[in-house]
Design a protein around this ligand. Structure first.
Ligand SMILES: *Cc1c(COP(=O)(O)O)cnc(C)c1O
Length: 193
């Protein structure tokens, strides 16, 4: 099981201290913030977990090792093109939409087809799936959504099931998550945007 420390709106020094204490993976949502912050941070694998705009693919490929938020073929095409130009192999996860409160992510029923298309693109490696759980006080709602995401992994391929954040990582692990993305429970409250 891997822990991605979600370091958005946390100062670089705090993130570096967590890496020095043993954190091996970090996740960022906002490209502009990552551009300013990541050059000062060393020693962790970098995951882009925010919404991907295709015109920002080049900068994302330069800054990150993994993109967890690929939810459409055009995003994969742009990343592949940028990865080829950079001479870099990029790991990607298919982001699923399993929550009515979430805007982004691909319909789980379409995920196998999307993964197939991504596998045909050079310099991309499909590592698995990512999803945000629904925001709900009803535990069974969250459990059902995570189970739905877990069921899609064999159709997508890869071994990474990136499910679970500070509020729901326990439920996610029980659903088979192999990678939890933890922000506030590691770093505390975020700075105001
Ligand atoms: C912000 C964020 C997280 C971490 O959220 P916390 O509730 O602070 O743990 C995880 N995944 C994604 C995609 C996020 O945007």
């Amino acid at each position: 099981m891997a822990i991605v420390g979600v370091s958005k709106r946390q100062p670089a020094a705090v993130v570096q201290a967590a890496i020095d204490a043993g954190l091996r993976e970090i996740g960022e949502n906002y490209l502009q913030e990552a551009r300013e912050k990541l050059p000062a941070i060393v020693g962790a694998r970098r995951h882009f977990i925010g919404h991907l705009q295709t015109n920002k693919a080049k900068a994302v490929v330069e800054l990150f090792d993994v993109v967890q938020s690929v939810d459409r073929r055009e995003a994969g095409v742009a990343l592949s093109r940028a990865a080829v130009a950079a001479g870099k192999e990029l790991e990607v996860l298919v982001q699923l939409n399993i929550s009515p409160t979430e805007r982004f992510g691909c319909d789980p029923a379409e995920a196998g087809r999307l993964a197939e298309a991504l596998r045909g693109l050079p310099n991309l490696r499909v590592g698995g799936v990512m999803a945000l759980g629904p925001i709900s006080d009803d535990r069974s709602v969250v459990e059902r959504a995570f189970a739905r995401a877990a069921a899609v992994l064999p159709q997508v391929g890869g071994t990474t099931l990136s499910l679970g954040m500070s509020a729901d990582w326990r439920i996610a692990l029980r659903a088979g998550s192999t990678m939890i993305r933890i922000g506030t429970a590691i770093f505390g409250p975020r700075e105001a945007p």
